[in-house]
Design a protein around this ligand. Sequence first.
Ligand code: ATP
Length: 355
Amino acid sequence: MPGKVEIRNIRKSYGSFVALNDVSLDIAPGEFLTLLGPSGSGKTTLLNVLAGFVRPDSGSITIDGTEFLTLPPHKRNLGMVFQNYALFPHMSVGRNVGYPLRLRGVPATEIERRVRDALDLVQMAHLADRSVDALSGGQRQRVALARAIVFEPSILLMDEPLSALDKKLREHMQLELKRLHNRLGTTTVYVTHDQREALTLSDRIAVVNGGRIAQLGTPDEIYDRPRNKFVADFIGETRFLPVEHGASGLSLYGRPLKARDEWKSFDGDTPWLVVRPERLRWYGEEADAANRIDAEATGIIYQGDSYLVTVRMPDGVEIDLRRGPDIAGKELLQRGQPVHLWLDREHTILVSDKP
Ligand code: ATP
């Protein structure tokens, strides 16, 4: 089950609305690739094109070199998991998981063994005889996962599989999915609008916006090297500060600003400084004096594992920064207190609002 996917120039319109606009993407065998984007950006449409439920207007998809778009859905050898489980009600866990094998005419003893193995993998073997109607949300999603992998599909497609679960269970299931993927190595295409989930699970993330791929990269590339304002805004708790670009270089609130990368201006567009709450430094920490901002504290909130400190910038914009629980000088942090902030050059990321 290698599963190398080559997606080329896929377009799909609904009337005059372009849902997928010339999407090209390679997915390596065994890769966990996430389509991440806001609602309506085209993620599900692309997944449905892969699944064979939506026919694109043009473009091609090959899997291991074989044209895929002409194959009907049931010949594509895909495992699928959706948000709403789509299990057969009133049927036992074991019969649900065995269904794809019965469909493929696998002998009964073989079905029994493979169902047991798949249920073992998702830690549901002890509930094989229970009706799926009597399961919790997390358990149902495990059954759906077992049913999707039991026939060893070449590709696993998952559309927001965890979004119906509460936060704690969702985070737990993310780690289980990652463990399962490490073990099985099935090429996986995963859809979510949750950036943290995407960062946790993926080998690579394709950030989708308006039917196009805004950026494709590993989680740290997407987080640390966002290509534009949209990507920077979508990932992390991001705020933007306006940067001046004059003859003497870049400046922020009248002070010189040294960025990690040289600013490559496109038609004179404005650079924006990407500010993430965990990256701003303060007080006597090692600092690049050039990248200093004189701000004012307006609030401090203890959140157990960290403090969320709100500061007001010289132009009145308020932003949050996050510090560990043992921050120095927290007793000095009163409303109206001046605070000196710095951004080290490595984390001084500039983006443009052009795509
Ligand atoms: P969500 O996270 O909300 O599911 P998405 O990124 O998965 O969003 P898609 O479901 O791919 O978005 O939809 C992309 C766009 O295409 C949306 O604006 C949607 O309204 C439109 N669209 C999808 N299917 C159809 C259809 N059958 N007819 C008309 N428009 C459609």
